[in-house]
Ligand binder design. Structure first.
Ligand code: PGA
Length: 256
């Protein structure tokens, strides 16, 4: 088994002004400075990116955007491109979050273009996938994950595939407090890993699979210890710097 570095990403969603973000990061940095071997990212609104890149410089915390457009430039009012993000010093980008898919109509086709665009610009992508409650009840979880993973990765060169982190986020667990069981998470994470392996066998062992959906300090340790889970994408609970730091430090202690 290869060494996969644990990865904790906090998704602020549409929260925190620049002033609030500065207060947050000042509180977070000293609490995670000892988290050796853990990759840490905050996924922040566009308006706070430049300030957070500045404030985290020299620390272990990386700064991610929450979405981007697939084109490098053009007539796409309101959108932001990958080169615009890298110019600011942003390290990565969340792609295909279920809120982007459901509320803003983001399609698998667009995601298939966003992934190579992000990598070409030097951004580390986190691709989000996951089933609705109805799909789980109808036993369609695997079909949905297969579709989303394969569509999302389809335009990548084989050597690019392992550079994508994939976040398994069952939609019914996002923001609901209803966390998936460790069995459900392990089963889906292993399935996502196998899907990557079907496409690029050597990537199966190195690709990082995260879990997201109501992760909190009191359940993070158990989820992060699952064999196919390499980290977490945390929404609501990441808005408390103390709670997020507790989860980062739990990732450090979870067995590899
Ligand atoms: P949650 O969100 O932790 O608030 O459930 C997770 C996410 O949307 O990435």
């Amino acid at each position: 088994m290869s060494e996969r570095r644990p990865f904790l990403a906090g998704n602020w969603k549409m929260n925190l002004t620049v002033a609030e973000a500065e207060e947050y990061i000042a509180s977070l940095l000293p609490r995670v400075s000892g988290a050796e071997g853990v990759d840490v990212a905050v996924c922040v609104p566009f308006t706070a990116l430049a300030a957070m890149v500045d404030s985290t410089r020299g620390s272990r915390v990386q700064v991610y955007a929450q979405t981007m457009h697939e084109a490098t430039h053009g007539a796409f009012t309101g959108e932001v491109s990958a080169p615009m993000l890298t110019e600011l010093g942003v390290h990565g980008v969340v792609l295909g979050h279920s809120e982007r898919r459901q509320v803003f109509g983001e399609t698998d086709r667009a995601l298939a273009e966003k992934l190579p665009a992000a990598l070409a610009a030097g951004l580390q992508p986190i691709l989000c996938v996951g089933e609705t409650e109805e799909e789980r009840e109808r036993d369609e979880t695997e079909r949905k994950l297969r579709h989303q993973v394969w569509e999302g990765l389809q335009d990548l060169a084989p050597d690019q595939v392992a550079r994508v982190a994939i976040a398994y986020e069952p939609i019914w667990a996002i923001g609901t407090g209803q966390v998936a069981t460790p069995e459900q998470v392990q089963e889906a994470a292993a399935f996502v890993r196998a899907l990557v392996g079907d496409k690029v066998p050597e990537a199966a062992d190195t690709v990082r699979v995260l879990y997201g959906g109501s992760v909190k300090p009191d359940n993070a340790g158990e989820l992060l210890a699952l064999p196919d889970v390499d980290g977490a994408l945390v929404g609501g609970a990441s808005l408390d710097a103390g709670d997020f730091a507790a989860m980062v430090n739990a990732a450090r202690r979870a067995p590899a």
